[in-house]
Design a protein around this ligand. Structure first.
Ligand SMILES: [Fe+2]
Length: 300
């Protein structure tokens, strides 16, 4: 199981796509109808889709998986009675599977049989100042993060890696987390994290953003759970996005941490403690994109 992409509806997909290419460092992958698809240097056919809509919302977050994994999820979703529907993807990579609505409204899509593409490397990669490789996590705000952590373990076969005062971190493979649920008191998109090649690439990304007039809303820093380096920004079209390095790999028997395992000294919220955090600005951006089910449930 791998996190692949996020599908976002917003009024100006071309404008958002241009900024994500020119400033953030993604590559155009395709345009189908009014939907712009953007990829990284890795093998996923796209990481972000921007579809035209008068309203801003998250249509889905897509995971790719095997036929066996899909069948198991399908059986448990049906058993649980969650809103879901079978889908055949018309996005790059294609594939088929299901859309499912979690408690609180987060929409996930699981696809089997979707294809990957050649990685971008060498000269083409050198022509960009910075380039994300792939998505590394998509985090959601939630009213009841504990409930969602248990629900995705039971129904989707995910595993909770760590619980902190603020988050429930969830993995779907050996990466410490591919998603997480923030204890926010409301449900929405918290942020989308893009994996960079290494720490140097994160720092060069921060420099390139600075050249373009953007300062981090939080970072650079190094998180506790997952041990990843981060720099968070508020994109001009709304959502919080992150440059990140590879998240820690964990064994299958990783001991799930509790909030008391992850405490910081006073006034410290990451391992380095070198950066301020724009709590108010991030909060506004984190409330802006809600997940919305724009389809009717159907038998799987
Ligand atoms: Fe993150």
């Amino acid at each position: 199981m791998k996190l692949r992409s996020i599908e976002i509806a917003l009024p100006d997909p071309a404008g958002a796509a241009a900024w994500m290419v020119d400033v953030w460092g993604l590559y155009p992958a395709d345009v189908r109808g009014s939907t712009h698809y953007l990829r990284g240097t890795g093998t996923m056919p796209y990481l972000v889709a921007f579809e035209q809509s008068d309203e801003e919302y998250v249509r889905s977050t897509t995971f790719v998986c095997s036929g066996e994994e899909l069948a198991a999820i399908k059986a448990r979703v049906t058993d649980k009675g969650w809103a879901a529907k079978p889908v055949t993807s018309a996005d790059p990579g294609e594939g088929a599977g299901l859309l499912v609505e979690l408690p609180e409204g987060t929409i996930l899509r699981f696809l089997a049989g979707s294809s990957e593409v050649e990685a971008i490397d060498g000269f083409a990669k050198a022509s960009k100042r910075v380039s994300p490789v792939k998505l590394t996590h998509v985090v959601f705000n939630s009213a009841d993060a504990e409930l969602l952590g248990h629900a995705v373990e039971e129904v989707l076969g995910f595993r909770v890696s760590d619980r902190t005062k603020g988050m429930v971190f969830v993995r779907c493979n050996d990466s410490h987390h591919s998603t997480a649920f923030a204890r926010a008191g409301f449900a929405s998109l918290n942020h989308v994290a893009f994996e960079m090649d290494d720490l140097d690439a994160v720092m060069r990304g921060i420099g390139w953003m600075r050249d373009n007039g953007f300062a981090p809303a939080w970072g650079p820093g190094r998180h506790g759970p997952g041990d990843n380096v981060y720099a968070y920004y508020i994109a001009p079209f709304g959502p919080v996005i992150e440059y990140s390095t590879a998240v820690e790999k964990v064994p299958a028997d990783y001991r799930t941490g509790k909030p008391d395992d992850w405490t910081w000294p006073e006034q410290r919220i990451d391992q380095w403690g070198i950066s301020d955090k724009d709590f108010a600005g991030l909060r506004v951006a984190e409330e802006r994109f809600r997940c919305r089910r724009d389809w009717e449930p159907a038998p799987l």
